[in-house]
Design a protein around this ligand. Sequence first.
Ligand code: NDP
Length: 337
Amino acid sequence: NRRFLLDSRPKGEPVEKNFRLQESPVPEISDGQVLLHNIYLSLDPYMRGRMSDEPSYAPPVEIGEVMVGGTVSKIAASKHPDYEQGDWVLAQGGWQDYAVSNGKDLNKLGREPSHPSYYLGVLGMPGFTGYTGLLSIGQPQQDETLVVAACTGPVGSTVGQIGKIKGCKVIGVAGGEKKCRYAMETLGFDDCIDHHTEDFAQQLADACPDGIDIYYESVGGKVFDAVLPLLNVGARIPLCGLVAHYNATGLPQGPDRVPELMGILLKKRIRLQGFIIADHYGGEYQTFRQEMSHWLEQGKIHYQEDRVDGLEKAPKAFIGLLKGENFGKLVIRTAND
Ligand code: NDP
């Protein structure tokens, strides 16, 4: 059983040395438990927060503990009445080959799910995040302008495509020409602006002649700076993530711009609301699953994975995720399915 432990806390950008690969025996299970064989491991930006011991909405991974992570796993052995060997489940199996569960944190996926790894992306936590943030906070209306940051990732691509379904004009922001082309040609966005270009702010302004009604924020930094002057009266900002700042070690240089920001929020009556998706599981999740499955079947939602083979590649892939090296939902295939 290979497993990645958190070996040290990163200062700024994580490095591979922060993780330690350990070989250990496959765990034994007792009554009421199942042995999970992790087949797919999800790598997500929130894991940067778990590597840090700063106060947050969830406790950190302790030094020497296995890195946390969502997995799609097969039941390798069961002493639990509700699970049989060979069942597929959505689990919190972590960065390792095998994990033990008492069944409480498992979500059944049946005997032969057609795309098991989708439950880590478009049909799982990131898809649900995009769906909930956009619909409940963004409240998209026909013909409004929606700007989506990190628009080719699992959250952003979901947001933009639902925005199109709701009749919005959707402008994506992504890193690089290839991602922008994908956003327009495959995801059906009206435009997509590359945030690496020098005149990014001007290009964004040109793409939003009627201003911005909804900005789905996942990034912060210069993308937010470019969006701010374009926001319309009554704009909504679902504050989902701030990935441009996750590796920051302090506040950026420069004058204090909080008063300017507060002034814009006030004068334009803008609603900026942070949310953590873990608060929304329950009935809402079932509604999301049904609606999203339907959209996928109808071809209204496209989904792309960036699949990396081999658990040993997880640290490098994760470090790249925080820099935009992934193209689509980053998933590690830890074993053959
Ligand atoms: P993505 O696959 O979209 O990966 C993150 C992307 O962020 C990168 O691919 C990159 O895309 C972009 N990025 C990284 N650094 C910068 C930067 N400096 N400036 C601009 N863009 C940058 O991840 P997810 O779809 O899984 O997550 C998207 C966001 O949603 C994250 O902020 C995450 O933390 C947040 N989230 C929040 C949840 C909640 O409960 N609130 C739950 C799940 C996710 P590009 O190359 O296009 O710039």
